[in-house]
Design a protein around this ligand. Structure first.
Ligand code: CUA
Length: 171
């Protein structure tokens, strides 16, 4: 069977695109560190998360190792606790595990400009572990529609030079 040269070129081009598309979808699914939201941090009483063993009073805690911090965040309509009324402060050169839950409805927890982005689901604790190498100021936004004040739900995270971080800020 004779296939015209241009037809063959189009065929090769189309097949190449299909392979590339499948490749990018596969990379996005398994290679880029994305994961489905799940209760990695365990489940909690959704009406009172802090009553559960795996969710502490919201705030910054020393983690399991030096320079490791655990941050417990409760999202509520329409604030991050902590994060909205005052910035979450963390030192640079640290590894931080965020434990995020919701006290009412589904919220989002995104640290703008980073790849930290998860849902805050009532009754579940999502955990995200990241490293902050450099000082910087980040915004927090809720990216799940959570009610009339959704668009106002924001906060901030300050990663400060280690010398400016006081261990007394840690619970
Ligand atoms: Cu909380 Cu939108």
């Amino acid at each position: 069977m004779h296939v015209h040269r241009f037809e063959r070129l189009w065929l090769v081009g189309a097949l190449t695109l299909i392979v590339l598309f499948i490749g990018t979808v596969t990379y996005g699914a398994v290679g880029a560190g994305y994961g489905m939201v799940d209760a990695t941090g365990g489940e909690v009483d959704q009406t009172n998360p802090t009553a559960s063993d795996n969710f502490r009073e919201p705030g910054v805690y020393n983690g399991s190792e030096p320079n490791h911090y655990d941050v417990y965040i409760e999202a509520v309509q329409f604030a991050f606790v902590p994060g909205t009324s005052e910035p979450i402060r963390l030192p640079a050169n640290s590894t931080v595990t965020f434990h995020v839950t919701s006290g009412d409805v589904v919220h989002g927890f995104e640290v703008v400009g980073t790849n930290i982005n998860t849902m805050a689901v009532p009754g579940q604790v999502a955990t995200v572990t990241v490293e902050f190498d450099e000082p910087g100021e980040y915004g927090l936004v809720c990216n799940e529609y959570c009610g009339s004040g959704h668009h106002t739900m924001e906060g901030s995270l300050d990663v400060v030079p280690p010398a400016e971080f006081n261990e007394s800020e840690v619970n």
